[in-house]
Design a protein around this ligand. Structure first.
Ligand code: PEP
Ligand code: MG
Length: 900
């Protein structure tokens, strides 16, 4: 097997397509060499070698030494120089580079090949001893820290001491002697720490550097970066050994980074930074302020013109914005790297649309270029990029799971009622809880952001916050929350109630204090691109919304109906008239405590007008689009208080003795409520709840219809497991609806259907479809029940199942991205069975997966009619639905091509 690939003198063994093997940098160097751009020669040791290294107890393949040797010879031949030579030494850089860019996460060593002899030769040949000794000290410094692991700080300290001794402030003022003295200091330090002399033999240096680059693949920061960025399935890093070119020889040299278009605005203007007389790391380190390219154009017009040409060639060649690194060595331009450039969310849209309009890429490709995160990041506020990073690091309190992106600033408040109270007084709050429950929704709603110490991405806090597009961090386990003292402690810091907190939901990081946020404006190109996506897609996109406000938001986002209205969310909160919230809560609690159907009906009658008002609001907002309303679903214990003072208060308010309340709460206790008395089982035992809810829905629809608003209600029963069960519920629904319709004397169309959330319902979908007029897959529960994973508790161990370094069993959290293999198979079965009975059966999905791009693509392929996502995820689903069509078209074309 071949592990090393050469490039140089216009030829390359690798190509730009070989990113998986050569890494991004290696593939870019090979491709640039091939298309005739000025690239220094070198060779790439493949990521396959890195893979081998880790799979064989950190040993190299037997053939590697010989391969490296022969490629080094070839490099020496092409450059006419010899590594470590005492007369004309070849110097190389050794750089990492994997298939996905991981900025700053892995290691680089420059100026390798310098030793006591070759440094003198370099000084002679360049007639610049200062440059030569500076290069040598940089090499010794980098080698000591990167390869040997000596502390960077101590090496930097020696540099500072030397400057003080020599009474100079800047590195640029240090003379050759100064650098020479520092090299001596470094070497002494090296020996004292390692017991060995600093290596003179350049081949030994090279192998040390290769080992360090491979080693950096598994360094803590690199592993963490991959986890955070969800980068999986890579072989490892490649190692690029490239002839050094120097931007720090003098005033006719320099180094820079540039982009073929502006990465923050997307404008088609050449954007970049350049430093005269500097080496690459100086630009990144940000010690000196670089000049803009137009300034460089004035200083080095010939080189600039050449660079501008490279810009055009590369963008046309790669058909995307490139981020390039270059060095000018005594007036000669060298390209050191090219890669697809990272860009701000707004720029992502602008570039995709502009490139399609310019004819550089087809519209389909523009649609495919946008990722779900690009859309998400477009909408949420972010920490101002101008905020000093160093200050931010000092404020860091804890890391958690980034459940809902964006950023939020507010005062820490530890209970939901207090959050509401503070908000009423005009305060911005961050609700901090160990975990949240439905009782907390009021406080969650008014909070700028939500922070919990436990839970995963499908915990209550995460699901509810996502629905609102509210910044939320969960599972910040280092937070030590003390409710009684109203404070939290973490990372040696104490945050009391009322202290300011900032949440960065993109990263999942919590900071103390008030960090400045900015909200990016939606660019024109966003609307253009989404319009293109809508023309392509077949799948309809609805939303999960419980309030008129959410419904309107979702419409703005492009929703074409409501796929799930969770009616129980209205039991606790009056979103339109918050002062009525308490009455609602009391009514539902009274209903639960009641011990006879009559008493329950009496309590429910109080709730009916509220629900009717909610539904009218939603129907009006949706203005003729279909609205699926689900009847009560959660177990009743979620609606009653569990602590004595609140139970006493409830007893007082509804006029029963406290023992009755306590007894009832005790009766409702279940060992496993998720599989207990919930879903449509509640309507089987308490038909009066169904009666009230159906009455409210139909009365609301009639009222709207009478005032000229088109309504399409779809009444949905949750957690069904049997045809007969659904028949009983459907009969009751029709009976109640029929009575209301008859009384009103109007004609009203409505559908009655079910959620498919249990394996039995999916397996027997043909029978269920005899009764149901539509199916909606509740994939939160279906994932839970098919996989036997608790959606509320799995957050504790699921990270290990997803973590590549641990078990790596799942590629993704199955509660976020559908388990297509297992749960998906059952869904396909249910779709086929259901449509066998009822060929036109309307089928959708309303679990969290309806807003996950990969899951949406599956839903398209499975032949569903719609997906339903929380309002802020609607655009993600619209886009994914279009991407699925484009991908299928391509696959079909490729399939036909193969057959022919
Ligand atoms: C589901 O289970 O997928 C669903 C949408 O219902 P809920 O999340 O309310 O249980
Ligand atoms: Mg459910």
């Amino acid at each position: 097997m071949k592990f090393v690939y050469f490039f140089g003198a216009g030829k390359a063994e690798g190509t730009g397509d070989m990113k998986g093997v050569l890494g991004g940098k290696g593939a870019g160097l090979a491709e640039m060499t091939r298309i005739g751009l000025p690239v220094p020669a070198g060779f790439t040791i493949s990521a396959e070698c890195c893979d081998y290294f880790y799979k064989h107890g950190k040993k190299y393949p037997a053939s590697l030494a010989a391969e490296v040797k022969s490629h080094l010879k070839r490099l020496e031949h092409v450059t006419g120089k010899k590594l470590g030579d005492a007369n004309d030494p070849l110097l190389v850089s050794v750089r990492s580079g994997s298939a996905r860019s991981m900025p700053g996460m892995m290691e680089t060593i420059l100026n390798l090949g310098l030793n006591t002899k070759s440094v003198e030769a370099l000084a002679r040949n360049t007639k610049n001893p200062r440059f030569a000794w500076d290069a040598y000290r940089r090499f010794v410094q980098m080698y000591s820290s990167v390869v040997i692991g000596l502390p960077k700080e101590e090496l930097e300290e020696k540099l500072r001491e030397m400057r003080t001794r020599r009474k100079v402030k800047e590195d640029t003022q240090v003379t050759a002697d100064g650098w020479k003295e520092l090299v001596g200091e470094y070497k002494k330090y090296f020996k004292s720490k390692t017991g060995q002399d600093f290596p003179e033999d350049p081949e030994k240096q090279l192998w040390g550097a290769i080992g360090a680059v491979f080693g950096s693949w598994m360094a803590e920061k690199a592993v963490t970066y991959r986890r955070v960025e969800r980068i999986t399935g890579l072989l490892g890093t490649a190692v690029n050994v490239v002839q050094m070119v120097f931007g720090n020889i003098g005033e006719n040299s320099g180094t820079g980074v540039c982009f073929t278009r502006d990465p923050s605005t997307g404008e088609k203007s050449f954007y970049g930074d350049f430093l005269i007389n500097a080496q690459g790391e100086d630009v990144v380190a940000g010690i000196r302020t670089p000049m803009h390219l137009d300034e460089m154009a004035k200083l080095m017009p010939k080189v600039y013109k050449q660079l501008e040409k490279v810009r055009q060639i590369l963008e046309r060649h790669y058909r995307d914005m490139q981020d390039m690194e270059f060095t000018v060595e005594e007036g000669t331009l060298y390209m050191l790297q090219t890669r697809v450039g990272k860009r701000a969310p707004t720029a992502t849209f602008k570039m995709a649309v502009d490139m399609a309009k310019e004819g550089l890429i087809p519209k389909e490709e523009a649609i495919e270029r946008i990722k779900a995160e690009d859309i998400e990041r477009l909408f949420y506020p972010v920490i101002a990029p101008t905020f000093a990073r160093a200050d931010l690091i000092k404020r860091k309190l804890a890391d958690g799971i980034n459940a809902v992106p964006g950023a939020a600033v507010g005062r820490a408040v530890f209970t939901a009622p207090e959050a509401e109270e503070w908000a009423k007084n005009g305060e911005k709050v961050i609700l901090v809880r160990r975990e949240t429950s439905p009782e907390d929704v009021g406080g969650m709603f008014v909070a700028q952001g939500i922070l919990t110490a436990t839970g995963g991405k499908t915990s209550h806090a995460a699901v509810v916050a996502r629905g609102w597009g509210k910044c939320c961090i969960v599972g910040a386990e280092k937070l030590d929350i003390d409710y009684s003292k109203k404070l939290l402690q973490a990372n040696g810091l104490v945050v009391k109630q009322g202290d300011w907190l900032t949440l960065d939901g993109n990263e999942g990081t919590v900071y103390t204090g008030e960090v400045q946020l900015v909200t990016p404006e939606l660019p024109e190109s966003y609307y253009t691109l989404m319009g293109w996506a809508d023309q392509v897609r077949v799948l309809k996109v609805r939303t999960n919304a419980d309030t008129p406000h959410d419904a309107r938001k979702a419409l703005e986002m492009g929703a074409e109906g409501i796929g799930l209205c969770r009616t129980e969310h209205m039991f606790f909160k009056d979103f339109e008239q918050p002062e009525k919230s308490h009455d609602r809560q009391l009514a539902i609690q009274e209903m639960i405590v009641a011990d006879s159907p009559e008493a329950r009906r009496k309590a429910l009658a109080k709730l009916l007008p509220y629900q009717r008002r909610d539904f009218i609001g939603i129907f009006k907002a949706m203005d003729g689009c279909p609205v699926t309303i689900r009847l009560i679903d959660p177990p009743l214990h979620e609606f009653v208080p569990h602590d004595r003072p609140k139970q006493e208060e409830l007893a007082r308010e509804i006029g029963v003795d406290v023992e009755t309340v306590i007894r009832r709460v005790e009766q409702l206790r279940e060992a496993n409520p998720m599989l207990g008395h919930r879903g449509c089982r509640l309507s089987i035992t308490y038909p009066e709840i169904l009666e009230m809810q159906v009455t409210a829905i139909i009365e609301a629809a009639i009222e709207c219809k009478k005032s000229g608003i088109k309504v399409l209600p779809e009444i949905m029963h949750p957690l069904t497991l049997d045809r007969k069960e659904l028949q009983i519920l459907t009969d009751a629904t029709h009976r109640v609806a029929g009575e209301v319709i008859q009384k009103a004397g109007v004609k009203l169309e409505y559908l009655v259907g079910t959620m498919i959330e249990l394996p039995r319902a999916a397996l027997l979908a043909d029978q269920i479809a005899e009764v149901a007029e539509f199916f909606s897959f509740g994939t939160n529960d279906l994932t839970q029940t098919v996989m036997g994973l608790s959606r509320d508790d799995a957050g504790r161990f699921l990270p290990d199942y997803v973590d590549e370094k641990k078990a790596g069993i799942f590629k993704d959290d199955p509660f976020q991205s559908l388990d297509i293999e297992g749960v998906g198979m059952l869904m396909e079965w249910a779709i086929a069975r259901g449509r066998k009975t009822r060929p036109k059966l309307k089928i959708g999905i309303c679990g969290e997966h309806g807003g996950d791009a990969e899951s949406v693509k599956f839903c398209h392929r499975a032949g569903m009619n719609y997906v339903s996502a929380s309002p802020f995820r609607v655009p993600i689903s619209r886009l994914a639905a279009a991407q699925a069509v484009i991908e299928d078209k391509r696959a079909k074309k490729a399939g036909r091509g193969r057959k022919r």
